[in-house]
Design a protein around this ligand. Sequence first.
Ligand SMILES: Nc1ncnc2c1ncn2[C@@H]1O[C@H](COP(=O)(O)OP(=O)(O)OP(=O)(O)O)[C@@H](O)[C@H]1O
Ligand code: SF4
Ligand SMILES: [Mg+2]
Length: 332
Amino acid sequence: MLATTGSLAPMGAKPVLCVGGLVVDFPLAQGALRAVDGVSYEVMAGETLALVGESGSGKSASVLAAVGLLPAARTAGSVVIDGLDFLHLDPRTRRRQLGRLVAVIFQDPAAALNPVMTVGAQLTEALAVHNPRLGAAALRTRAIELLRQVEVPEPALRFRQYPHQFSGGMAQRAMIAIAIANRPRLLIADEPTTALDVTIQAQLLHLLRQAQIETGAATLLITHDLGVVAELADRVAVMYAGRIVELGTVHDVFARPAHPYTVALLRSLPRVDSDDDLQPIPGTPPDMRRRPPGCAFEPRCFLGRGRTRCQTEPPPLAGAPHRSACHFRNEL
Ligand SMILES: Nc1ncnc2c1ncn2[C@@H]1O[C@H](COP(=O)(O)OP(=O)(O)OP(=O)(O)O)[C@@H](O)[C@H]1O
Ligand code: SF4
Ligand SMILES: [Mg+2]
């Protein structure tokens, strides 16, 4: 069995992030592409929710548009972070909250770091924005302490260096340091280790876990790696064609998947605990410009393909606490 972590959320905790009926459209020359089609979820303080699904399923769009990081997108629905109506904040206030309330770690740290500023300057800038009373010496001390915390060797020396002098793994450590600098309430990590080799990945995942425990942040983790989900997440949301099709604890979803797409996804990805042959999911996801009238997974579904109800009636996400959007989950 893959190891799973228990929830870190304290009893009675309030959600830090509350997303309700989120819709994300990208305008096209003609019409629009609906990347996210009515997604709802909550993340508690100290909890990690993983979003998984094939490429293009809307994982990044549903998270990045929610915090205002996709200016090209049109959004509807509600996004409440720590009591703030984030979707309708004016852009200036929202920018100010990014880095304080919300921090984001992207896949490619080289692209996220500014190449013409030292890593130390970027860290102190992040700290200074939200701690205007700290003087230069205190900011420097705090920045070096953060680099030490994310296990960057020789932090005082590294403080003076530029991003190109950092390896990929080291740059990602610096990104984590910047992300946790202001103790955000919500930490978003979009494929944070995908660009790194396997040994560095393991170290960084450990570091991310430590950062989350230390800050107590609610964490949204976007990944295609089910090993990472097992390692880091408490709950998992499986996305298909812009919707959540299954949502539950990592243990429940891995042990008793309640949606045919999740079953297929688990069979298609390598697992450390199994030598079974991998079975790719047949077919391709639907064209997001023309959502089919029934279940979007129907043409690829081993359980529902050809069934009239699946072709005509969109299945709602139902059941609690283990939710699934499938008319025939009882037949699995
Ligand atoms: N800026 C954009 N303009 C137009 N369409 C976009 C834009 N960003 C994403 N999309 C489209 O929205 C859909 C969802 O994309 P998204 O990036 O959320 O997928 P994802 O699940 O994160 O995939 P991946 O695993 O490849 O990162 C896709 O069809 C994608 O082509
Ligand atoms: S609703 Fe039908 S097509 Fe969709 S996942 Fe369930 S069985 Fe398959
Ligand atoms: Mg993505």
